[in-house]
Write a protein that binds this ligand. Structure first.
Ligand code: Q46
Ligand code: ZN
Ligand code: ZN
Length: 321
């Protein structure tokens, strides 16, 4: 297989794009694609301040590398979840994120949930009784809350996440099977900010997971290979496997599914089910919430404090940056 641009030996063949490229041309092609989507979906500009959600995985580290290569002003935020303490998942992913930032001269902010608030995510899941003891619900709540707070406190214009096409189509499939109209209406490459919520963007929404793996390997980026242990057996992973099979049989299926979804959305297919929840500032922390009075995050930590005295009396006033 030869590179379509120079005729040298290709290192990657992307059947979905009918394109094979050598190392040099691939490492130039992928950032160009990312930049094209950043501009197409009006995600952010070169003069804006970007907060990159860093997990230590290939997508976030690879994207951070691409943003730097493209000249964007992106600082990272790593949230320590306290998953599998000791030499476990969180410790390794944090170490890799810090090493990456240091090597590339990038600023990485770290918010360790246990250090700041006195309990890890797995502990929170058990004590707070959210999500039937499974940590993903409290994990999501804390990540959404903390990213937004750091973005606002640090005057960032946009929060950027490393969700790739495989992530997006797995969620899309799940939402389609459930006809979850509200979720379908909200799934987009960029969510505008406002009412105390920072803008959110996914520059990899049209980039295959395999393309990110290849980018990191060819760039020599060290990332955590393991998935979070709590992701095991999730429906998202099941849908990813199904979609991989479809992609093998018919290259381009994932991209076609996602792009045609965005077109349908643009044509107004989900307009009638758009979430019109009115947000107001939480009485305690000031972060936007649709619940009356205090937000779910403040209420959750109150419940946890009844059991764990290490939790501060006013978690909302602990400074993050
Ligand atoms: S939500 Fe669940 Fe993930 Fe949190 S506990 Fe792990 S699998 S990291 S994206
Ligand atoms: Zn080439
Ligand atoms: Zn609150």
């Amino acid at each position: 297989m030869k590179c379509r641009k120079c005729g040298e030996k290709a290192v990657i063949n992307m059947r979905q794009h009918k394109l094979a490229l050598c190392r040099e041309h691939y490492l130039a092609w992928l950032p160009e694609q990312v930049e094209r989507f950043i501009e197409k979906y009006k995600m952010f500009t070169h003069t804006e301040k970007v907060l990159m959600a860093v997990s230590g995985g290939k997508d976030s580290l690879g994207l951070w590398h691409i943003l730097k290569t493209l000249g964007y002003n992106a600082e990272g935020l790593y949230i320590g979840l306290g998953i599998d303490g000791g030499a476990g998942y969180s410790d390794e992913s944090r170490a890799l994120s810090e090493a990456f930032a240091k090597e590339h001269g990038l600023i990485l902010h770290v918010v360790d949930i246990e250090q700041k608030y006195g309990a890890t995510i797995p502990e929170l899941a058990v004590i707070s009784n959210r999500g039937q003891g499974k940590p993903c619900s409290v994990c999501g709540l804390n990540k959404r809350y903390l990213f937004n707070r750091v973005a606002l406190e640090g005057n960032f214009d946009v929060i950027v996440t490393g969700h790739n096409l495989d992530d997006e189509v797995a969620v899309l499939m799940q939402n389609t099977f459930n006809w979850a109209g509200g979720y379908l209406a909200r799934q987009a490459p960029v969510l505008p900010g406002g009412a105390g919520l920072a803008r959110k963007a996914k520059p990899l929404c049209r980039i295959y997971e395999r393309e990110m793996t290849a980018y990191c390997l060819l760039q020599g980026i060290e990332y955590i290979y393991a998935e979070c242990p709590h992701a095991e057996g999730s429906t998202t992973i099941y849908y990813k496997e199904v979609l991989n099979q479809m992609e093998t049989d018919r290259p381009g299926t994932k991209l076609q599914y996602y792009v045609s979804f965005l077109e349908a959305k643009k044509a107004g297919l989900f307009a009638s089910v758009e979430d019109k929840a009115v947000l107001h500032p939480c009485d305690r922390c000031g972060q936007p919430t649709s619940a009356p009075g205090e937000c779910a995050w403040c209420r959750m930590w109150d419940r946890v404090r009844l059991v764990k005295t290490t939790v501060p009396v006013s978690p909302e006033s602990v400074s993050l940056l």
